[in-house]
Ligand binder design. Structure first.
Ligand SMILES: Cc1cc2nc3c(=O)[nH]c(=O)nc-3n(C[C@H](O)[C@H](O)[C@H](O)COP(=O)(O)OP(=O)(O)OC[C@H]3O[C@@H](n4cnc5c(N)ncnc54)[C@H](O)[C@@H]3O)c2cc1C
Length: 253
């Protein structure tokens, strides 16, 4: 697969996940198939203007490449954003868009035996959904896999049923869902699932404090917007002494 190859994606279905988030199910057209690794993204060329900077937007691929010709994007609405306008008002089922990729190095680390922690907010869950679906199918060699997922309230939890399912199907997997604006917490659907009132930062703090393995070897994957990622990287490196080389992140903006 040559990076930079262009593909045509036909929109098959839009799933209305909540007020601000939709899941877009596309089918790859043509004979070529882009073999992506879970966690990679596509660059979409959207009808938003003349210049590349106006037109191009990146989206994490939310499914592993073992699902036939399906490609899934999980996209949140940004007030006044040109791509948001396109995805939430203009595009229709049956329309096609051009995409380039797969791109990026935000993939599962090759460190068997180490604890792996995934931290995300909102649609930052997209690459982790691809990784965890892949892990659910093929297994893993990590000491543990923890997902820390931050949203404002229960209605914004994406892939909720799947997260509960992964708690029973993925060995040594736990999920902590952080609800920053909801005080009354729902009953967990599975013993491996915990609801927490607050932000993601308190959760990796306490995970690291409980960690039996050498913390400097703990593997972290972070995905979302700069406010969360900047704070998490600073805290992990300076406060918790996690080695910088063991922290990978995908910055959405
Ligand atoms: C590698 C990569 C993967 C990405 N994957 C996804 C994805 O899977 N799902 C997804 O929804 N977006 C994803 N994004 C963001 C996406 O590319 C667009 O920036 C987003 O859709 C907003 O585009 P826009 O034209 O509507 O707004 P713009 O006018 O381009 O947005 C302006 C800026 O606002 C910020 N911003 C945009 N959306 C938000 C938000 N929800 N919260 C806080 N700040 C925001 C960003 O800094 C952005 O550059 C990804 C970005 C990158 C770089």
């Amino acid at each position: 697969m040559i990076p930079g190859t262009w593909y045509t994606l036909r929109l098959e279905r839009i799933h209305y996940e909540n007020d601000r988030t939709r899941i877009f199910h596309f089918c790859i057209e043509g004979p070529e198939f882009p073999h992506w690794k879970p966690g990679q993204f596509f660059v979409c060329d959207l009808p938003l203007g003349e210049k590349r900077a106006q037109r191009w937007r990146s989206y994490s691929i939310a499914n592993p490449c073992t699902e036939g010709r399906q490609v899934e994007f999980c996209i949140s609405f940004k007030e006044g954003g040109a791509a948001s306008q396109f995805y939430f008002s203009d595009v229709r089922e049956g329309d096609t868009i051009r995409c380039k990729g797969p791109e990026g190095n935000f993939t599962l680390p090759d460190h068997s035996g180490m604890p792996l922690t995934m931290v995300c907010t909102g649609t930052g869950i997209a690459p982790f959904r691809a990784m965890l679906s892949d892990i659910a199918n093929r297994g893993h060699q990590y000491a543990s896999v923890d997902l820390i997922f931050g949203v404002r309230n229960e209605s914004e939890i994406l892939y909720r049923k799947e997260i509960a399912l992964w708690c029973s199907t993925i060995p040594r997997f736990r999920a902590i869902i952080c609800l920053s604006r909801q005080h009354e917490l729902p009953a967990p659907e599975h013993p491996g699932l915990v609801y927490h009132h607050g932000h993601v930062h308190q959760c990796y703090d306490s995970l690291l404090q409980q960690m039996e393995a050498d913390r400097s070897q703990a593997q972290f994957l972070l995905c979302g917007w700069s406010a969360m990622i900047d704070q998490a990287v600073a805290a992990l490196v300076t406060q918790h002494k996690v080695a910088g080389k063991n922290i990978r992140y995908e910055l959405y903006g």
